[in-house]
Write a protein that binds this ligand. Sequence first.
Ligand code: GLN
Length: 244
Amino acid sequence: MELRICHLYPDVLNLYGDRGNIACMRRRLEWRGIGCTVTELPLGVRDDLTGYDLFFIGGGQDFEQTVLLSDLSAGRRENIRAAAEDGRTFLCICGGYQLLGTGYRTADGQLCEYTGILDLYTEGSSDRMIGNFAYRLGAESGSSVVIGFENHGGRTFLGSGVSPLGTVLRGSGNNGSDGTEGVRYKNVYGTYSHGPVLPKNPAFCDHILQGALERKYGAARLEPLDDSAETAARAAMLTRLHIT
Ligand code: GLN
């Protein structure tokens, strides 16, 4: 078995160690004897995206988020939509998550027209939501508690065509007001959680990998790993966030 991972826009979207998510996925696959290739697709490199099982898009600052608009318009938007509708797996963080929606109006009023593959949009604000946060994943995403770090001015609002990824336990999440965090649609996961998110949340990582492997091979079994270091780190953070 093997997963082919595509890292989209590594040159412009990569904040707070987001690329660590790829290292985490790769190692958790390799520790189980499952192959993994990683292809980086920076701005301007043409590729129809049909040769990958899992896509990763990291976060970015407002400026970088406007830089990639011309690339999205040059065919990338349609390629991303086709891959998502085809059930391929996406993990998108913060600015990369916002990019899944119809658009993002930045705090200084610039409108970024995004992929529109998901029914959500983002309104910018100079009042940023910053700090460690936590949320509980919905049942369809495994129900575990995700610990992360958020830093965004954008407030994301979900339409009726998509579900939240989870429910906020501490911090702000999608918009600081409706208690939702992130988005889940088919095998697409969007979250505001930087950090990177997956090394701190091995159950979430395995849930994502499992889905990608099942889509490709019909069935897949992930052997348990020794997550004692991760569990100890999580316990410390859960205590700090007053989550029992
Ligand atoms: N620039 C976006 C915002 O502030 C996304 C930030 C990020 O990716 N951390 O909302």
